[in-house]
Structures are given as structure tokens and as C-alpha cells.
Design a protein around this ligand. Structure first.
Ligand code: ADP
Length: 174
């Protein structure tokens, strides 16, 4: 039987912390679907299509990782593709309460799906997409946090926003 896992998230944009969790998850499961959530309750920099494209590029060398967008409940998406495991990453202790509540809510909704959480690698502990967006919007160097193609996409996106007269820093908050 194929053990398929879903790694869901916003990925706005994908960074090395996400990539590390997906690749380590790949060693545990037969197949991994990185699922890009279409409309989270937070403000976004990249469109769903752009986020999906960046995630696809990040894993183009990994045959067992595929990428899909979704806009329904995460557990419904898992059921629709026959996935029994939800993969999540844990950084600092403050992530735990949120992840714990979500795992319990998801299990109430879909008892057949289990959440597996992987602890982040030490070097990615502080890393999240909000930090990447903030640093990039203030002209800082994010090359140790995201792959080159993400850094380029951030540069393009931010210069388009600036050219349109947007206050890029304040419009990027979650
Ligand atoms: P969400 O809005 O679902 O939290 P994110 O894109 O922020 O979406 O995160 C997706 C998943 O990746 C979450 O499980 C999150 O905990 C995990 N994650 C994010 N950053 C890191 C990191 N630096 N190390 C490990 N896991 C991470």
C-alpha cells in the first residue's frame, strides 16, 4: 500500500524551513503532496498560482514530491487524494499550541487522518515567510533563507508593488 502524506501550508513564499520539512518527510512516506492553500485568513504577497509555481520549482528534482493547490478543508483535500497523513513542521514552542489545536480539530473532522509533526532543523528555527517578506521589503539579504529563484521573485514582486506606489512594508503583515 502506498503511504501518501500531505504537507499543507501557505508558502508565501516557500523558504528553506519548508523545503527541509518536505524533504525529510519524503524519507518517511512513499509520496508527498505539498498542498498550497488558496485563501488563508492572512494577507498575502504572492497569488496562489505564483506560490504554486515557486513550490514546484523548489521540488522539481524530487520525483516523489508533487504540488497541488487547494481551497477546501485540508482534511477534505487529504481524503480526496487518499492521503492518510498530514505533515506539519514545528519551530519554536509557541508553534506547538496552534499545531496541537489544529491537529485535534482535524482529527475530530477526519479520524482516519493523522498529523505527523517534524521538529525543524536547528538552522531554520527562526525562519518564517513573514520574516522573509519583511526583510526583503526593507532591502535586506534573504539569500540564506530562500533559494535564488524565490529571491528573484521577491525582488520582482516588490519592485512592481513599489512602482504602483504601494507601502510594501506595511501591506505585507499577516
Ligand atoms: P500555515 O499558514 O499553514 O502555517 P506556512 O506556509 O506558514 O503555512 O507553513 C506551512 C508549514 O511549514 C507549517 O507546518 C509550519 O509550521 C511549517 N514551517 C514553516 N516554517 C518552518 C521552519 N522554519 N521550520 C520548520 N517548519 C516550518
Amino acid at each position: 500500500m502506498t503511504l501518501r502524506a500531505v504537507f499543507p501550508g501557505t508558502f508565501d513564499p516557500i523558504h528553506y524551513g519548508h523545503i527541509d520539512i518536505a524533504r525529510r518527510g519524503c524519507a518517511l512516506f512513499d509520496e508527498m503532496v505539498v498542498a498550497v492553500y488558496d485563501r488563508p485568513l492572512k494577507s498575502l504577497l504572492f497569488s496562489p498560482e505564483e506560490r504554486i509555481e515557486l513550490v514546484c520549482t523548489a521540488f522539481e528534482d524530487e520525483a516523489r514530491i508533487s504540488v497541488q493547490g487547494y481551497r477546501n478543508l485540508t482534511v477534505d483535500f487529504c481524503e480526496s487524494i487518499g492521503a492518510k497523513v498530514l505533515l506539519r513542521g514545528l519551530r519554536v514552542f509557541s508553534d506547538f499550541e496552534h499545531e496541537f489545536r489544529m491537529a485535534l480539530a482535524n482529527r475530530r473532522l477526519a479520524p482516519g487522518i493523522d498529523t505527523v509533526s517534524l521538529i525543524t532543523s536547528e538552522e531554520h528555527t527562526f525562519l518564517n515567510s513573514t520574516t522573509v517578506r519583511e526583510i526583503a521589503s526593507l532591502g535586506g539579504d534573504v539569500s540564506s533563507m530562500v533559494p535564488e529563484f524565490v529571491r528573484e521573485a521577491l525582488g520582482e514582486k516588490l519592485s512592481v508593488a513599489r512602482a504602483a506606489g504601494k507601502d510594501v512594508y506595511n501591506s505585507l503583515r499577516d
